[in-house]
Design a protein around this ligand. Structure first.
Ligand code: ATP
Length: 363
């Protein structure tokens, strides 16, 4: 993977406060990379540093082999699509899209051709003559996107690109955005607080908190192997149990957990010692629930009662209350029409999960 954007030791201080705190990151050409984090974690500041709207206090930014750290925005091969789309209300869609090229003095026939191409790409050709107030939210978002890509930047920075759209439209637009990115081959860097959006869109994600990256990885790596409790909690739903390492064998790790009301078997690892405090995390969909005692001896198993259940069509969600009163969330796929709805409130059940379904978190 060739590094296309290299961020090295970037910090940004506002007075004493580090909005971005010594982050380094490489992004490959053609990636759709997301920076994911809650409000105030520093993601927009980092994006503004990439765009050149903000100078870092420390560190360097390189794009396509050129150190751009001190270059102004207009000299960088970068374009930014802002949170508020900043579309001119008095101009037609086509004029809005053409605006940037006109300012650059591009020849008129060229402009027309490129506007047509850009509108084709975002599927707005039939809307070229409309004014922004005659468009839906999703269509306006696509005008902004056409405006941002028409200058053919090497890198497109998108700050919460789908935040203004309702859930349904957001889901559809996510896929459109991926297709457009795929077709253009432009490197996209997206800032978002929406974990589902980041999971769907991205080739890789950096999870950010208090100015730092907690984990960088593919959506699968971050979901299946969260490195710490914050990442595990932030991405999707997960059950966590505090515990103490009791035994380390070649292939397994046994963790005693009062919170889970049992000992938990996980896959072996070499970076823990007996007596160490750890946190065990298990996703709801990795837990089996049933009335019979499971017989696979390696699996962790606990008794409980069905405290709550929800039927979502393809899924059933259960809140299982353990003997120690802790609640464990379980979700199970409903494959057959009625067979899996065999559990009812207050049913006594066993829950169990495999060693490989367990993530052991050290912090
Ligand atoms: P949001 O999703 O709410 O926009 P964010 O992760 O994008 O959050 P940033 O805008 O990067 O957050 O801000 C990070 C921190 O830096 C915040 O605590 C913010 O108050 C602070 N900050 C941002 N810009 C400035 C500024 N110009 N002066 C002082 N503090 C700032």
């Amino acid at each position: 993977m060739k590094d296309f954007i290299r961020i090295r030791g970037i910090s940004k201080y506002f007075g004493d406060f580090a909005a971005v705190d010594d982050v380094s990151l490489d992004i490959a050409k053609g990636e759709l990379f997301s920076i994911l984090g809650g409000s105030g974690c520093g993601k927009t500041t980092l994006l503004r540093i990439l765009a050149g709207f903000e100078l870092p206090t420390k560190g360097t930014v390189e794009i396509d082999g050129v150190d751009v750290t001190n270059q102004p925005p207009y000299q960088r091969p970068v374009n930014m699509m802002f949170q508020s789309y900043a579309i001119f209300p008095h101009m037609s869609v086509a004029k809005n899209v053409a605006y940037g090229l006109q300012k650059e003095g591009v020849a008129r026939t060229d402009i027309e051709k490129r506007v047509d191409q850009a509108l084709d790409l975002v599927q707005l050709r039939d809307f070229a003559k409309r004014k922004p107030d005659q468009l839906s939210g999703g269509q306006r978002q696509r005008v902004a996107l056409a405006r941002a890509i028409i200058k053919r930047p090497k890198v497109l920075l998108l700050d919460e690109p789908l935040a203004a759209l309702d859930k349904k439209l957001r889901e559809r637009t996510q896929f459109e955005l991926m297709n457009i990115q795929d077709e253009l081959g432009i490197t996209f860097v997206v800032v978002t607080h929406d974990q589902e959006e980041a999971m769907t869109l991205s080739t890789r994600i950096a999870v950010m908190e208090q100015g730092r990256f907690l984990q960088i990885g593919t959506p699968l790596e971050i979901y299946e192997y969260p490195r710490n409790r914050f990442v595990a909690d932030f991405i999707g739903t997960i059950n966590t149990f505090d515990g103490t390492v009791q035994q380390i064998d070649e292939n397994t790790l046994v963790i005693d957990s009062e919170e889970a009301g049992t000992t938990i078997t996980a896959l072996g690892r070499h970076d823990v010692v007996v007596g160490q405090k750890v946190c065990v995390a298990v996703r709801p969909e990795k837990i089996f629930v049933g009335k019979d005692e499971p017989d696979n001896s390696e699996d962790t198993r606990v008794r409980g009662v069905v405290h709550d259940l929800g039927y979502l069509g393809n899924l059933s969600l259960y809140r299982i209350k353990l003997v120690n009163d802790n609640i464990v969330l379980v979700s199970s796929q409903n494959r057959r029409r009625s067979a899996s709805r065999f559990l009812e409130w207050e049913d006594e059940v066993w829950i169990s999960w495999r060693p490989r379904s367990v993530a052991v978190l050290l912090e």
